[in-house]
Design a protein around this ligand. Structure first.
Ligand SMILES: *Cc1c(COP(=O)(O)O)cnc(C)c1O
Length: 428
């Protein structure tokens, strides 16, 4: 069959029922799987045969949903994880260990920043953070002999910067390491980082993929293109025998296509157990079936809201790459030609006080520490996630006290704009 379009993969990818089988992906709510002989099961433990034995490592429902996400991203292999945090941790820890180093964009999700800057640092993995707009020379200067990966977000949460994926991929490859891209905000409907050179793509499926605020989850997709054996000295975990599996060498036994995901499943899932429940995977799949329809609508609403806010006298600044005035508009035209995401951030001229009055006045947009689901929600970092910081510290961190992050849901854009307009009226 010819390559399917993204809409078709959203609906039908990953699972094809046989004659008389369930139309919807079955929820295999079973911790374990039965075998007739110890020999049969032994082959699974030796990674000699593929199959299921315990749902901490693999489960058929999760694998079907992972296969759909893999197809959406144009990857070779994929796995689900319990959360987006687990996905980014596994993607990095699968190739980085004590004594290694990561180059990461400074414009990334706060949870991922903590993971890299604090937790991985405690485990002996150091990081250098660089601007998403770094030049080739600045990028090259960030690498060290022990650098093992480059990390960035297609559209950063919450800064809404756009990563120059091709430039970051080329820098990573010049230094013999893979580029890992968190594609949560763009989703594969709006951008497929693998097509621009990314090697590993991660997701918080909690956001648009689920899309209804129903289930926490994550995913990792491997493009299957990075040649681990060509850089064997850098990646001993993939290129030397694993004693915990009778000395198999992942990159030799499973090839470029499957080495990374097999190792992450067989080693990291086995040892850390950050598995997604089959029930959550089922919810994610329901979300995926309409992802292409919903994402387009989220973007349409956000574009209309951004245009309304930009011309409002009480709004000093709007961050949305769909606006021609946005510094990331040119990159967005290249990487996100169909739209970016439903999240818009903006600053009120009245600062912290105005933001509080404004948000209290909103009727449709709820105050939540969440983004990217059907319900519109908003957050003022200065009075919530970043409330320990002074106005001066906030300014330095690029999060002014009056900044509001608005995640446009799937309601009518006229109603959303009317809600914003009446709330802005109450502001000084
Ligand atoms: C939310 C988010 C995460 C973390 O995902 P969880 O599912 O909440 O663990 C990681 N990256 C990005 C870009 C996110 O928006």
């Amino acid at each position: 069959m010819t390559k399917q379009n993204i809409e078709t993969i959203c609906v039908q990818g990953g699972y094809t029922p046989g004659n008389g089988e369930p139309r919807q992906i079955p929820i295999i709510q079973s911790t374990t799987f039965k075998y007739n002989t110890s020999e049969d099961m032994g082959k699974l433990f030796d990674l000699e045969a593929s199959g299921y034995f315990y749902s901490r490592l693999q489960n058929p429902t999760c694998d079907a949903v992972a296969a759909k996400i893999c197809a959406l991203e144009g990857g070779a292999a994929a796995m689900l994880t319990s959360s987006g945090q687990a996905a980014n941790f596994f993607a990095l820890f699968n190739i980085c260990t004590c004594g290694d180093h990561i180059v990461a964009s400074s414009s990334i999700y706060g949870g991922t920043f903590n993971l890299i800057a604090v937790t991985l640092a405690k485990m002996g993995v150091e990081a250098t953070f660089i601007s998403p707009t770094a030049s080739d020379a600045e990028l090259d200067a960030a690498f060290r002999p022990n650098t093992k990966a480059v990390f960035g977000e297609t559209i950063a949460n919450p800064a809404l910067t756009v990563l120059d994926i091709e430039k970051f991929a080329q820098a990573a490859h010049r230094h013999g390491v893979p580029l890992i891209v968190d594609n949560t905000f763009a989703t594969p409907v709006n951008c497929q980082p693998i097509a621009w050179g990314a090697d590993i793509v991660t997701h918080s499926t909690t956001k648009y993929m689920d899309g209804h605020g129903a289930s926490i989850g994550g995913a990792i997709v491997d493009a299957g293109k990075f040649d681990w054996l060509a850089h064997a000295d850098k990646f001993p975990g993939l290129c030397t025998p694993d004693d915990s599996y009778h000395g198999i060498t992942y990159a030799e036994k499973f090839g470029k296509e499957h080495a990374f995901i097999t190792k992450a499943t067989a080693q990291l899932m086995r040892d850390f157990g950050s598995t997604q429940s089959p029930q959550n995977a089922f919810y994610v799949n329901l979300g995926l079936e309409s992802l292409h329809v919903r994402v387009a609508r989220h973007c349409e609403n956000a574009q209309a809201v951004a245009e309304f806010l930009e011309q409002h006298p009480k709004v000093s600044c709007v961050h949305y790459c769909g606006l021609p005035s946005d510094p990331y508009h040119e990159l967005a035209k290249k990487y996100l030609p169909q739209g970016s995401c439903g999240v818009v951030s903006f600053e009120l001229t009245g600062g912290r006080q105005a933001a509080q009055v404004f948000m209290k006045q909103l009727k449709l947009a709820a105050i939540e520490t969440h983004v990217a689901d059907a319900h519109t929600c908003c957050l003022n970092p200065a009075t919530s996630t970043h409330r320990q910081m002074t106005d001066e510290q906030l300014q330095v961190a690029g999060i002014p006290a009056g900044l509001v992050r608005l995640s446009c849901g799937l309601e009518s854009k006229e109603d959303l704009i009317a809600d914003l307009a009446q709330a802005l009226e109450a502001v000084e």
